[in-house]
Design a protein around this ligand. Structure first.
Ligand code: MN
Length: 279
């Protein structure tokens, strides 16, 4: 199932004939939470409410504004330098590493991005500090579906709700990643969530990113240094994972700068494609 959030917080199922079946009425079944709110995303924790939901209308995909498929992620975890060829390019280019220590992921660990940085493709990326180099990083994004900690790699994929494309936008420079990668709109999730049953092996997906029609990044998740099960096992040995938590699995080689006015098109096999404006 492809689950989209769109327009004024509507939720629907994307069909292969490029329409969305609006299932927003099902949201009334979500448990009513009162302050203090839980750490998880209420819809991702209760995706089964969409299974037998009534369709109120059918809308052409081209006519909706797509939002992030996860409205309230509790945390955004991200893997640095998790493709060997990106590690090599980062070490070779001072414009990327800025004298920062670029360590392989086993030493560098996982980092966090602000949840306030999340947008969907229709919102676009709004650059800050445009005098500096602002790079695109296309990544496979994993959305956690079941709460867990100390998850074994062999069990890890059963904790996944689904997958989407993630853009980990980055200002290059010397500051900590948590500053440079967390301005508003520097995490794009979309175009929708594809539930895990449709992607039995997240370790064999082509992904790519083009800027103004020119392909910059093209790779396959089979080249991840730490695959999805290992990343979930590792992250959950530090943090409890909650439904709606997002794990960005790292970007492949080909990162490069974008400028206001650029158009990015990102695609991920079995998920789809999203187009967004840089401003
Ligand atoms: Mn990244």
């Amino acid at each position: 199932m492809k689950i989209a959030r769109f327009d004024n917080n509507r939720v629907g199922m994307v069909r292969d004939d490029d329409v969305i079946q609006d299932l927003t009425g099902a949201l009334a079944q979500l448990p009513a939470h009162r302050y203090p709110f839980p750490h998880h995303d209420a819809l991702i924790a209760n995706l089964e409410i969409l299974n037998n939901a009534t369709t109120t209308r059918v809308v052409p995909l081209a006519r909706v504004e797509l939002l992030s498929p996860v409205a309230n992620p509790g945390k955004i975890m991200a893997a640095p330098v998790n493709y060997t060829k990106h590690l090599e390019e980062a070490l070779a280019d001072k414009g990327i590493h800025h004298g920062n220590l670029v360590a392989e992921i086993h030493k560098a660990g996982i980092f966090l991005k602000a949840t306030s940085s999340v947008v969907g493709p229709s919102e676009g990326v709004h650059l800050v500090h445009t005098d500096r180099r602002n790079d695109h990083e296309v990544e496979l994004a994993v959305v956690i579906g079941t709460k867990g900690r100390n998850i074994a790699a062999a069990e890890a994929l059963s904790y996944v709700a689904g997958y989407c494309i993630g853009l980990d936008m980055t200002i290059r420079g010397t500051e900590d990643r948590s500053l440079r990668k967390s301005p508003d709109s520097y995490t794009v999730l979309g175009p929708w969530l594809v539930t895990a049953d449709e992607i039995p092996d997240p370790g064999a997906l082509e992904l790519s990113l083009a800027v103004n029609g020119k392909v910059r990044q093209q790779a396959n998740t089979k080249d991840l240094i730490l695959g999805v099960p290992e990343l979930i096992a590792w992250a959950s040995s530090f943090y409890t994972l909650h439904p709606g938590d997002v794990l960005l699995t790292g970007t492949p080689q080909g990162v490069g700068p974008v400028r206001p006015g650029d158009v990015m098109v990102a695609s991920l096999e079995r998920v789809g494609e999203m187009r967004l404006l840089v401003s």
